[in-house]
Design a protein around this ligand. Sequence first.
Ligand code: TRP
Length: 447
Amino acid sequence: MSNRAQFVTKMGVIAATVGSAVGLGNIWRFPYEAGLHGGGAFLIVYLLCVFLLGIPVMIAEFVIGRSTHSNALTALKKLKPDSHISAVSYVGIVASLMILSFYSVVAGWIMEYLYQALMGGLSGHTAEEYATLFSSFTVNGWRTVMWTLLFLLINFMVLRRGVEKGIERLSNVLMPVLFVILVVFCINSLMMPRAAEGLNFLFNPDFTALTPKVVLGALGQAFFSLSLGLTCLLTYASYFSDRTPLVRSATVVALLDTLVAILSGIIIFPAVFSFGMEPAAGPKLVFQILPEIFQQLPGGYLWSVAFFLLLFFASLTSTISMSEISITYFVEAHKMSRNRATGLNTAIAAAFGTLCALSFGVLSDLKVAGLTLFELFDYVSSNVLLPLGGVMLSVFVGWIVDKKVVEEQLTDYGARRITLLRPIRFCIRYVAPVSISLIFLYGLGVL
Ligand code: TRP
């Protein structure tokens, strides 16, 4: 019995963390960023960022969370009462609210497409019609606002009723199904006439495409996809048991997350080339390609409904995890009731989410530094705040937290011998903070 109980919790821990990590970041944002930034070269830098910088920062978050078993602000204070590191909590709160705002807009698009799929609106059209479906829908700002708010309302109800655990359990069952569907779509895409060109674009690096901006984009995407830098996984790790294998869990989560992103690329790019479309289409890329893919699949109706439904759940487990950051902060630091804190989190995201949704329509001319509000929120959170949080967290664990505490965590309280102990510490102390800082400063044009 006790063995089984342990097994269940071990799976639960990884599943909840994977639930946070796998979402629109993998299936929507990865292909659009790779498409914009030259495909193969972007992929290589992305992989380097995941393994050399992402995993160490994830381990750093796990170390803080599990050694204190507390939420971010309390955890940081417990480990070093008088340091300024609690500033990272504020980075996390601001960035998570920004991400929640524009993420809900995209999750709203998913709901519209689910609705269209159910009503049969995703079949019987030409490629051009599918391409314009997205623009005509997003230009009609109020419809997207309605979906954004509906999504936030569902997120609110889940959080308020405290049924996150239920949703997570449900999504533990649904995620493997999503994975199988993605594999089927991959096979379908690989059989398309110009699949080879798509694979060539994704896997054959053209290093002339690499600029400091592309590298920063890849770093931001890696952190976004792994839910890093904002103390989100720190909070999850505070629920880990002492026997959860820290290093292995971080590796498994990163591998699964990356696998889903690559599958998504293998689905999208062969289709992009076969349908004669542009890889650099930006945020609308997957929304233009997917209906066309479903159209070609036998039984497309069911595939499309299942896919958008599962993606909706994948998005929800991600927004639940990012909402927790500000909710716990409002509760702990401002002594708010959990209900009010959840309401405040939703109200802020609803206000900014509405603006982001409208930035494809009536607010499309409102630009800051050449970016629409949606693009600005996306850019600032992923390319500025996530790397900043990553540097702070790795410096904290690498230099400020007592070395004994770190080693105790990495070895799961001495239960395991970690062969890569030294290289991992080296990455947390030097590789991660130095490379992230350099990529950040070069990417923003400061250096
Ligand atoms: N990783 C999620 C995705 O890929 C998004 C996400 C959830 C996130 N929680 C986060 C991103 C915390 C940054 C920080 O869809």
